[in-house]
Design a protein around this ligand. Sequence first.
Ligand SMILES: [Zn+2]
Ligand SMILES: [Zn+2]
Length: 150
Amino acid sequence: MSEEDQVHRGSCLCGNVQYETTGPLRNVIACHCTQCRKTTGHFLAGTSVNKSNLRMVKESTLCWYQSSPGHQRGFCGNCGSSLFWQAENQDGISILAGTLDGPTGIQLKMHIFTNDKGDYYKLSDDLPQYSEDILDAIWTSKTNAKTNKE
Ligand SMILES: [Zn+2]
Ligand SMILES: [Zn+2]
C-alpha cells in the first residue's frame, strides 16, 4: 500500500463526530500557546492533512469556534472533545493527534509557542522548540509535504 492510499480514522470521545483521512499524516507538532492550552486543558498535539483529504463520517455534533480572526477550532458539542484547528487561508487542517484511532505511524517532531507554555511541566525531550509564531509557515501545504518526508 502506498502512502497515498493510507486511511486513518478518528473520533471524539462520544463517537458523534467521526472522520477519515486519506494520504500521509504530517508529523505531530505540539503547540503550547495560551489558546491551545485553554482548549485542550494542557497543550495541543496536532497532525495535519490537506482539507480535501479529510472526510467527515459523522458530524452531527461538530461545532466550530472562531478562536481568532480567520482561525477556527472544531469540537464536539456533546462530549467536548477538541478535534480540529484550521485557518481559512490555508490548505491544511490540523487534527488533534489524540483523536486518531489505532497506530498512527507518526511522531512528535517539534514544540511551538514554548514561551506561552505552563510553568507546571518541563519539555524534557530534545525536539526543536520555537517561541515565535511560525504557524503560517508550518501549516502551508508546502511545508506539510516537506515534514512528511523527514
Ligand atoms: Zn463527542
Ligand atoms: Zn496553539
